[in-house]
Design a protein around this ligand. Structure first.
Ligand SMILES: [Zn+2]
Length: 703
């Protein structure tokens, strides 16, 4: 899921935030009810005990739009998990049960059942061993709109199935299963570790389209003016990933090799569907190659629905997006939706193929999907773009951790919904990045491949990930996993550096700010970069004490020293830096973070003697954000200084690849160019799709 279904900042009146690709969007939602553990309670949220295994679910469903009812016939093929069983307990929220029986070669044999507190207990006709498959038939009516918050469900976003715009031409039905919501529309076992195949036969008015997991194997017109679409999913996937959607959608076809990729949008947005989703084939290719594991499913559809309860949901082969992806090509030119698209796609390996066995292990799904955003952005748009995204993840984490600081993998949550937070997502992604830096790219991706192959179409817990890394690297990684995945918080460190000419040595002193009576000392491998007159050196060091001094032999005082040269550590740093240090940091920067820290400092200290020189330099930066920072600074300079930059600004306005750079350049040119030249520029950019550029042309009077 992307990203946070219900970010719980406090117990009531929760705010919900989605970390988009460029900024954090705050969306107000209705209050939700989340239980809190009593102080001192000793909750353990382990994996659910398995007694019955669902093999296949066949659903025949139709709907009443007026009453918002779902009429269902479910045929569930199941078996005892290991120990023999004489009953089956299913989750079914607020159903009216019509009849239940055993199906044996199409012969129906009624079974007794009890139905209390949304648990349907079906008494089998005998005790079945784990080798005997049986089929249960259940005829029922589901009434998701009648489910009561606080009694049947935690929030109104837990109904499972939603009727939207019931009496209007643009009416829709869609579902949201994660975490335990699919039992609001079909009887099942709510457990992420329950994997099944399925066939969903959906009967609707024939002018509407349907979508579900797997392949559309049949579409039959009925005599009453309806149509029944049959969708079959032959590969095992978790119950919470089952979905359907119904509505007036237009399908835009695409493909990757022999995999069909359809984009379902409302008809008016269909002309823009390829602008929004068009990188999907390249993403599948990139992720398949990176993981050395081909896309594991028979097709991949993406659908944009109205009023969705989350940002997006990675239902296997049928991802649902909220209507913020109803974008025009112009809007996409200014803000790509690739991060959320990459996130959901990557779940098709991490989450759908290998599934976290319990919600406590949710980060096994979400840390990878979050990190996939970074992987794709680095591949497609360059490291600066991706590093900026990762920096925003770190900002979101550090903001969140000031309010709540739970373990990354945690077994003591009060409510499953609490798992969908900036710890599981952003911190998880950042820790994977750190793990990659620790073991190196080759070992990192080989380990991921081993993890996928070992647990494909099954589930995993955090130790399975560690074991895959240990097998590939030959190293014991308990220290890393214990410190980061099975713990909370992050290190806080204080750094100081002094050059001692009499000892010919640079000394870096590092303090871990912790209370050693109850806090563990972190083990932090990192790099130090030291630049002196004629060379640049990088040293690997290990910080593993509360107070530690690192000594580097140097004949002369170094010009520039960078602690954590790769910016890989998730730490809060206190380091005294002069403005000379910040200026040198831009000069010797290795990545976006270094340059951002430096330029951001001078953006806040515009009177510094270094500011102008660095801002002018930043016009050639790889990062559009830093170029815009520089252009906004230049906008405030005297006209005669701006005129000296006119040629450069013209090139940026007409040729910069990112629209925000073109737009910001135009705003400077607007002040210094004649009406005639501005008209010529306006002509050249007339067909620029970017809304930002068009707005700048208008504001700057380029017409
Ligand atoms: Zn997700």
């Amino acid at each position: 899921m992307k990203k946070i279904k219900k970010g719980v900042c406090c117990l009531i009146g929760a705010a919900f935030f989605l970390s988009g690709c460029a900024k954090i969007h705050f969306i107000e939602f209705e209050p939700i009810f989340v239980r809190a553990n009593a102080v001192g309670s000793n909750v353990y949220q382990g994996s659910k005990e398995k007694t019955i295994d669902i093999i296949n679910t066949q659903l025949d469903i139709s709907f009443s739009w007026d009453s918002a009812f779902v009429y269902g016939n479910a045929t569930i093929a199941a078996k005892a998990y290991f120990m023999p069983q004489n009953k089956v307990i299913l989750d079914a929220k607020g159903f009216k049960i019509n009849k239940i029986g055993l199906l044996n070669n199409s012969v129906f044999k009624e079974l007794e059942f009890s139905y209390q507190q949304n648990k349907l207990t079906i008494f089998l006709d005998k005790t079945y061993s784990a080798q005997e498959e049986f089929k249960i038939f259940i005829s029922y009516t589901a009434m998701p709109e009648k489910l009561k918050v606080g009694k049947d469900i935690t929030t109104i976003d837990d109904r499972g199935l939603y009727f939207i715009n019931k009496n209007k031409p643009n009416k829709q039905i869609w579902t949201q299963g994660e975490t335990d919501c699919n039992s609001g529309w079909f009887p099942t076992i709510e457990d992420p570790a329950e994997k099944m195949t399925q066939q969903f036969n959906i009967t609707i008015e024939k002018n509407l389209k349907t979508l579900s997991n797997g392949i559309l194997i049949a579409s039959k017109e009925n005599s009453d003016g309806t149509r029944t679409d049959s969708w079959e999913m032959q590969k095992l996937h978790s119950v919470y990933l089952a979905m359907i959607a119904v509505g007036d959608f237009k399908i835009t076809e695409d493909s990757y090799r022999d995999i069909r990729l359809n984009y379902y949008t409302e008809p008016e947005f269909a002309p823009h569907a390829k602008a929004v989703f068009g990188h999907t084939p390249e993403m599948i290719s990139f992720f398949s190659d990176t993981l050395n594991y081909p896309f594991p499913w028979p097709k991949y559809d993406q659908i944009v629905v109205k009023n969705f309860v989350s940002g997006a949901m990675e239902n296997t082969t049928a991802t649902v997006f909220y209507d913020q992806l109803n974008k025009t090509a112009g809007e996409i030119a200014d803000e790509s939706q690739d991060p959320i698209i990459a996130h959901e796609l990557f779940h098709h390996w991490f989450g759908d193929l290998v599934t976290a066995e319990s919600w406590s292990n949710l980060s096994l799904n979400e840390s990878f999907a979050t990190y996939a955003e970074y992987l794709w952005l680095a591949h497609k748009f360059g490291n600066a773009y991706a590093d900026e995204h990762l920096m925003q993840d770190a900002e979101a984490y550090f903001k969140y951790v000031k309010i709540k600081d739970p373990d990354l993998i945690r077994f003591d949550y009060a409510d499953k919904d609490q798992m969908f937070d900036a710890i599981t997502y952003q911190k998880g992604g950042l820790i994977l990045h750190q793990l990659r830096k620790e073991v190196g790219d080759a070992a990192f991706f080989t380990s991921l491949n081993l993890y996928l192959k070992t647990h494909e179409f099954k589930t995993a817990e955090i130790h399975d990930l560690r074991l895959a890394f240990e097998e590939v690297t030959g190293r014991d990684l308990n220290w890393f996993f214990n410190q980061w995945f099975l713990a909370n918080s992050n290190p806080q460190i204080k750094i100081s550096k002094v050059y001692y000419p009499e000892e010919n040595a640079l000394k870096i002193m590092v303090d871990q700010i912790i209370d050693t009576t109850h806090q563990k000392i972190y083990q932090l491998p990192f790099k130090v970069k030291i630049v002196n007159a004629n060379q640049e050196q990088v040293f690997s060091v290990l910080l593993n004490q509360a107070h530690q001094e690192f000594s580097f032999p140097m004949d002369t005082k170094p010009v520039y020293v960078k602690f954590d040269a790769d910016n890989q550590l998730l730490v809060e740093k206190q380091e005294l830096k002069t403005e000379e240090d910040y200026a040198l940091q831009y000069q010797y920067a290795d990545d976006f973070i270094d340059r951002y820290e430096s330029l951001n400092y001078f953006n806040k200290h515009q009177n510094s003697k270094f500011t102008k020189e660095l801002m002018l330099k930043a016009l050639d930066d790889e990062s559009a954000t830093l170029m815009v920072m520089a252009l906004n600074y230049i906008k405030k300079l005297e006209v005669k200084e701006q005129e000296l930059l006119a040629t450069k600004l013209m090139i940026l306005a007409l040729k910069a690849s990112e629209s925000k750079v073109r737009a910001a350049s135009l705003m400077v040119l607007a002040k210094i160019k004649s009406a005639k030249t501005k008209k010529e520029i306006g002509q050249q950019l007339k067909t620029d799709p970017s809304l930002l550029v068009q707005k700048a042309l208008k504001q700057g009077k380029f017409n």
